[in-house]
Design a protein. Structure first.
Length: 681
């Protein structure tokens, strides 16, 4: 029994009449149909603008992070339903885990990023602010705010769940309603994930819509505040990039395209080294995981010429152990390509590559996938090619067979290996396998010019490495040139891609009011009540305390040295200190820090629960014996992370600006302290 997939547009599911048949990659049976009904893309766009955007802006960064966390948990609880559908794509359980659990894991990662790194509210102060005038009345900084538009995410067929969620997570955090458009071939899995998302009720209405089928006139309806992201072939990216409406309205377009990624075996590695085995394992894994259908897969294995025979022999041996077939059959380790169309495309490209390469392995004449009905599936044998003259051949650096295919290429010295890597004209990732830090220091800076991510593999990193082909939420995904020239992921960087940056100028008081963060020089609030005696809701940005004074004596240096064990000569050797640029013995910087805490801390129990860190600490001027210090403590920033303790009492984080000055009014130390502060409730 097959179903008709539906689009989720304007808060409802659309589609009853079947259109294109989508077939199982395993046995060719009909899995689902796209719907025949045309989508009203004006409705989709207006729903995002009029419903999705206001509902997202009714939440702040912290609250949206909480929604992502809840959604990740919900999808994790219902993952088996997605695994059942994913089997039709030809993916093994391990392949599906990268897609399904990798997707929910990315939601969790961005929930943590939002919670830990973004403020309350919907404005990010990208400080610090800095003076633009001589008298302190004119300052500048930068802010990031939601763009007020929508994000259109156009995704590839190889990761139907992760592809949607890894783009949705940062754009949702940034307050952008999204329209997701999966590749048609595997859209039945994306639709299954979307049904769970809608069923959860966690997202505000209009936050995410789903398009099954073509995009029609959707691109024509986008405006200047919108963003388009694309994952797929370099050719399609090139066509979309110059869409007249995108060009006319300067709509940001971010592309992550398939590329001819490489792995380089450095010439310091011998066949009996652990690193040699790591190289073989990495290349074979990237050939067979997802049947080679990964934008990050290793397409070019660049090895020392004297190691070619050993590499090919080891890869043949490893590939011969790969069991291809229906992932439901016990023992199968590699499934099918996503569709018969993909199977035909890979076969065509391998034929083109064969003109300039030798065949080293293709599963043999008797290659037969395991399982019933697999003859109608989209299986393709792992295929290893060797190009003996890679510097003289273009095809191996231009043609990508998007399947379980890789080409071994020899080099004579390491600079030639770098040159071969560059022939790919921009890649998502390159791996360097080496034992030598000196080789890594020489090669990596050269590779960095044309690769988005660089993976250095040796026996130490191998113990924990996630591998060549695994984009991580914390690290940038994307690459220059053929790889699309775009960026995704990268932790907070990805969220900032979906925000609008603006320069801000004005008086410190005005900057403080706009940013919600105290800027030095702004008007202070002095209430007569110690700020540490006030609960989270009560303390105000700019609320300040100027402490009493303390004169530093020689006994302070001696006592602090005895407690800390810090007997650095500048604190104790009168003659050496006099010959130094300071001309005198000076107090320990950390004594100044501790003494300042003694000046501003309110010692009795109160709302301040804990001090858990310092930021931006600078010792600006030395403090000598006989100097008198004074501290000013000012509430700089408040972040309500919506947390409660074991008793259900609310808490927030307050950042305090601390300025320590001497008797001449000169700044001697500057830093922020972070405290956990109880709410009144």
């Amino acid at each position: 029994m097959t179903s008709t997939l539906q689009s989720y547009i304007g808060g409802r599911w659309i589609g009853r009449q079947p259109a294109t048949t989508l077939r199982s990659a395993v046995n060719g049976s009909a899995v689902a149909h796209t719907h025949d009904e045309a989508i009203d893309f004006d409705e989709a766009v207006q729903h995002a603008r009029r419903v999705g955007l206001p509902s997202l802006m009714a939440l702040d960064f912290q609250q949206r992070a909480e929604r992502l966390k809840a959604l990740a948990k919900y999808l994790g609880q219902h993952k088996e339903a997605l695994y059942a559908v994913s089997a039709h794509t030809g993916a093994t359980r391990a392949d599906s885990a990268v897609d399904i659990e990798g997707g929910s894991g990315t939601l969790s990662a961005y929930a943590a990023i939002g919670s830990n790194e973004l403020p309350s509210g919907n404005l990010v102060h990208e400080g610090p602010a800095f003076g633009l005038g001589k008298q302190g009345g004119f300052a500048g900084s930068h802010i990031l705010v939601p763009r007020g538009g929508l994000a259109l995410h156009i995704n590839a067929f190889n990761f139907p769940v992760w592809g949607l969620l890894e783009k949705f997570a940062p754009s949702f955090l940034a307050g952008m309603p999204c329209i997701g458009k999966p590749a048609t071939a595997t859209s039945y899995l994306t639709e299954a994930a979307m049904r769970l998302i809608v069923q959860s009720g966690i997202l505000p209405e209009g936050a995410l819509q789903l398009v099954i089928g073509g995009t029609g006139d959707l691109l024509e309806r986008l405006s200047e505040q919108d963003i388009v992201t694309f994952t797929g072939s370099a050719d399609t990216a090139a066509r979309l990039r110059v869409h007249p409406n995108l060009v006319r309205r300067s709509i940001p377009f971010n592309a992550e395209a398939d590329s001819l990624n490489c792995a380089i075996l450095a010439d310091d590695v011998m066949p009996d080294d652990a690193e040699f085995d790591l190289f073989i394992r990495e290349v074979a894994r990237e050939m067979t995981a997802k049947a080679g259908q990964k934008c990050t897969a290793i397409r070019r294995a660049i090895v020392p010429r004297q190691q070619v025979d050993a590499v090919v022999s080891a890869l043949r041996e490893r590939l011969a152990k790969v069991v291809v077939g229906d992932p439901a059959v016990a023992g199968v380790t590699m499934g099918a390509l996503a569709s018969q169309a993909q199977q035909a495309d890979v076969a065509e490209r391998v034929a083109l590559l064969r003109r300039d390469t030798e065949l080293a392995y293709d599963g043999g004449v008797g290659f037969t996938p395991l399982g019933a009905g697999v003859a109608a599936g989209a299986f393709f044998a792992p295929t290893l090619l060797v190009c003996q003259r890679p510097m003289d051949v273009d095809s191996v650096h231009d043609i990508e067979a998007f399947g379980p295919v890789s080409t071994v290429m020899p080099y004579d010295e390491i600079d030639e290996a770098v040159a071969l890597a560059a022939r790919g004209r921009g890649s998502l990732v390159a791996t360097l396998v080496t034992r030598s830090p000196q080789v890594a220091a020489r090669v990596i800076p050269q590779l960095a010019a044309l690769h988005g991510r660089l993976h250095i593999l040796d026996r130490v990193s191998a113990l924990e490495s996630t591998g060549h082909g695994a984009p991580l939420p914390q690290l940038k995904h994307g690459g220059p040139g053929r790889a699309g020239g775009g960026e995704e992921l990268g932790g907070l960087r990805a969220v900032k891609h979906f925000l609008q940056r603006a320069a801000l100028q004005g008086s410190p008081t005005m900057l403080s009011a706009v940013t919600g963060e105290f800027v030095r020089g702004a008007a202070l609030i002095e209430t007569g009540v110690h700020p540490f005696r006030r609960h989270f809701e009560e303390v105000q940005i700019g609320e300040s305390l100027l402490t009493h004074r303390r004169t530093v004596g020689e006994a302070d240096l001696i006592n602090f040295g005895g407690i800390s064990g810090d007997y650095f000569y500048m604190h104790f050797d009168e003659e050496a200190a006099r010959a130094s640029p300071f001309g005198q013995r000076i107090a320990h910087g950390y004594f100044v820090l501790s003494a300042a805490a003694g000046l501003f801390v309110s010692p009795a129990p109160g709302p301040v629960l804990a001090n858990y860190g310092l930021d931006s600490l600078r010792f600006v001027k030395p403090v000598g014996i006989g100097d008198t210090i004074q501290a000013r403590l000012t509430c700089k920033r408040k972040t309500d992370r919506n947390k409660t303790d074991a008793q259900g009492k609310g808490q927030g984080v307050v950042a305090w600006d601390v300025e320590v000055s001497n008797q001449r009014g000169e700044l001697v130390a500057s830093y922020d302290i972070l405290t956990l502060v109880a709410k009144r409730g």
